[in-house]
Design a protein around this ligand. Structure first.
Ligand SMILES: [Zn+2]
Length: 141
């Protein structure tokens, strides 16, 4: 990775593994201007996870999940932060080893519904209203 300020070469001065979200955090220093910044190595989800929906298979897009969750959480003041947390919790659950590289779209919405239910009942109900298929499986109680 080159320096964000001058484009010079950087070296890693420190790195740390974050187990919770499977990220690698790296402290870098520019060899030219000596600026210090941090980079994160993150899994490319759309390359790791495929979603089967209505007979077709597509790469998983966390933005889609985020948008759905945000819609459900729209009444909260902290809706953006909460939606980000929920999205990363859902992804963490989907990719908990041993994970399948191909999952059903329904598995994602079921997991999201569970996470939302624990966080915010109103958001959970709104999410269920947007996903009629979840109601038929008896998740609603
Ligand atoms: Zn630099």
């Amino acid at each position: 990775m080159v320096c964000v300020y001058c484009g010079g070469e950087t070296s890693v001065t420190n790195s740390r593994k974050q187990k919770r979200n499977n990220q690698v955090w790296r402290r870098r220093q520019c060899k030219a201007c000596h600026a210090v910044f941090t980079s994160h190595e993150v899994l490319n989800l759309s390359s790791a996870l495929m979603v089967v929906s209505g007979g077709s298979t597509k790469p998983f897009l966390s933005d889609m999940l985020f948008t759905e969750v945000l819609l459900a959480l729209q009444d909260r003041k902290d809706c953006y932060i909460a939606a980000r947390e929920v999205t990363s919790t859902v992804i963490g659950k989907l990719l908990k080893p041993p994970a399948e590289p191909v999952i059903e779209a329904k598995q994602i919405s079921q997991t999201a519904a569970k996470v939302l239910k624990r966080l915010d009942r109103r958001a959970w109900l709104r999410y269920l209203a947007e996903h009629p298929s979840l109601q038929q499986t008896g998740i609603r109680k």
